[in-house]
Design a protein around this ligand. Structure first.
Ligand code: DX5
Ligand code: ZN
Length: 221
């Protein structure tokens, strides 16, 4: 079954734990945490303190904390995020000249290691590292903000990544992030995704988090 990873970037930070709990209770398997530094991406968001704040919920429910680092020199902060409770740490190829070293560092700290790339970055940049990755993430919007529109060419990129993973018999998760909603979930899953990140489609709008999760779940079957 496809896993859902609600992006807390779209949650209400004033009642973050409650909002996140609604998503977990409604069946979300992971929580996606978007870390932005105002350098690699124009926006500034969350640091290790917020990951730590979600730790009691993780302890109680067994939810995985999926941390997406959109920051320059991510190696400076990986240990802090793992210590704060990150189960998966994903870094961008654009920020890691020594990607193999960075991935190894994440794993040595006991977390799963993810790799990702911007929409305009060719998939070939992942080729040599895929066998070492626990997760490969296709960004289907330019990173930096929630609530953007899915870039249509991402579907072909997901399909090609699925082929690359299958060709090396990789068990890595193929995650997709940006503009995912009930209207395109089927297309994304059929292309080969097994984890869907969704922020505004889960925490935004007028319907409840549970209704949004159930709509996304049925659309991804
Ligand atoms: C974008 C972030 C996404 C974002 C997704 O930089 O990486 O995780 O929060 O939000 P939606 O689902 O609203 O596009
Ligand atoms: Zn993200």
């Amino acid at each position: 079954m496809v896993k859902l990873a609600p992006s807390i970037l779209a949650a209400n930070f004033a009642r973050l734990e409650d909002h996140a709990r609604e998503a977990v209770t409604a069946g979300a398997e992971w929580l996606h945490i978007d870390v932005m530094d105002g350098h690699f991406v124009p926006n500034i968001s969350i640091g290790p303190l917020i990951v730590e704040a979600l730790r009691p919920l993780k302890k109680e429910t067994g939810i995985l904390l999926d941390v997406h680092l959109m920051i320059e020199q991510p190696e400076r902060y990986i240990a802090d995020f793992v210590k704060a409770g990150a189960d998966i740490v994903t870094v961008h190829v654009e920020t890691c000249p020594h990607l193999h070293r960075t991935i190894s560092h994440i794993k040595e700290l006991g977390a799963k290691a993810g790799v990702t790339l911007n929409p305009s970055t060719p998939l070939g940049t992942l080729e040599e590292i895929l066998a070492d990755a626990d997760l490969a993430l296709i960004m289907s919007v330019n990173p930096g903000f929630g609530g953007q529109k899915y870039i249509p060419s991402s579907t072909a990129k997901i399909r090609r990544l699925r082929q690359m993973l299958d060709a090396i018999a990789s068990k890595a998760f193929l995650e997709v992030d940006g503009g995912v909603y009930a209207g395109n979930a089927a297309e994304i899953v059929h292309a080969g995704a097994d984890v869907l990140v969704a922020g505004s489609a889960i925490f935004g709008g007028t319907k409840s988090v549970a209704e949004n999760i159930s709509a996304l779940r049925s659309a991804s079957r």
